[in-house]
Design a protein around this ligand. Structure first.
Ligand code: B12
Ligand code: SF4
Ligand code: SF4
Length: 254
């Protein structure tokens, strides 16, 4: 099976799925076309993620999710200009952004399932860990980290804000699927985990909870702010993403 078949399917899904809209707030498009990367399921970096300094021993390998795993498809769905620009104000998140977080993730889950279906229809087997019953988050660390998978699949590097920065920026969402079909891996054009970040510090100024400093991002400060300040105002939705909008790494490499 060629990557081109999957890429065409993903493009069609972004164009045609009703889940990529939020009509009740007049939003015609949540996500633009994604960029797609491929990792070899046997890449030694998957084992490295089990180091407690990186993620931890609970982080599963591709072969733990799927017997005979050969490749991992990872993609980044950039938010549309409407969603990104709406969130450029300081302070509370834009309504478009919190829909992007909740309804956007419903679209992302549908896309994960769609990719699994396409692989099955082409005679392969596939699993999307994020929608699998074994998926779990321990504290703030999941057993399948979409950003770390994207890093291995050549899609980008981390930033000071801990967002993963891709050639289409960092304002968006990631997804991935493990498959038992061999697809040539994407080359990583970086060496270190923060290569794409210029350390300009703009995300520090954007963060309403002071979670980000020159030393990095404090996950519990960010999490507490979203849980205590945002969720009560926007229930059942939430989000923030000020560190991903109106910054030089929002929609391209900084
Ligand atoms: C738990 C969680 C949170 C927690 C903790 C975030 C965190 N940094 O881990 C809280 C609630 C704070 C949070 C907040 C947000 N989240 Co969140 N969250 C997750 C979740 C479910 C799991 C994250 C996880 O497992 N982290 C693991 C830890 C270990 O990651 P880490 O500490 O950043 O990793 C560092 C170390 O590994 C270190 N490192 C040290 N040595 C080495 C060696 C190697 C080889 C490598 C690779 C790394 C490495 O580098 C990393 C960066 O410093 C993921 C979904 C998923 N399944 O992945 C989404 C996810 C990370 N969230 C996302 C988003 C969008 C958000 C928010 C913007 C909220 C919103 N939607 O409005 C904010 C802010 C994000 C930000 N600036 O990071 C996106 C990220 C998009 C992006 N461009 O990066 C994700 C990937 C969801 C998705 N499907 O797209 N989130
Ligand atoms: S705003 Fe600047 S410092 Fe922050 S992640 Fe983006 S490039 Fe890095
Ligand atoms: S999501 Fe909001 S609170 Fe969390 S680090 Fe980014 S700007 Fe700060």
């Amino acid at each position: 099976m060629e990557l081109r078949i999957l890429a065409d399917e993903i493009t069609g899904f972004v164009d045609n799925s009703q889940l990529n809209t939020a009509n009740e707030i007049g939003l015609n498009r949540i996500f633009d076309y994604p960029i797609i990367g491929v990792a070899d399921a046997k890449d030694p970096m998957f084992v490295q993620l089990q180091n407690p300094d990186v993620i931890g021993p609970h982080h599963l390998l591709p072969s733990d999710w799927l017997n005979n795993a050969k490749s991992v498809i990872s993609y980044f769905l950039p938010f549309s200009k409407e969603v990104r620009q709406a969130n450029s104000e300081h302070g509370l998140p834009a309504i478009e952004w919190v829909y992007g977080r909740i309804e956007g993730e419903q679209f992302n889950n549908a896309l994960r399932n769609h990719i699994v279906d396409i692989v099955n229809q082409n005679g392969g087997k596939a699993i999307a860990p994020a929608v699998d019953s074994r998926f779990s988050v321990v504290g703030t660390r999941s057993n399948w980290s979409e950003r770390h998978i994207a890093y291995i699949a050549g899609l980008g590097t981390f930033g000071l804000s801990k967002s993963l920065i891709t050639k289409k920026g960092c304002a968006g969402r990631f997804g991935s699927v493990v498959l038992d079909v061999q697809i040539p891996p994407t080359l990583r054009d970086y060496k270190e985990i923060y290569d794409y970040c210029t350390m300009c510090g703009e995300c520090i100024r954007r963060c309403p909870s002071t979670a980000i400093t020159q030393q990095g991002k404090n996950d519990s400060t960010c999490s507490k702010y979203i849980g205590e300040e945002i969720l009560p105002r926007f229930t059942p939705r939430y989000g923030c993403g000020k560190c991903q909008t109106a910054v030089p790494c929002e929609f391209g490499l900084p």
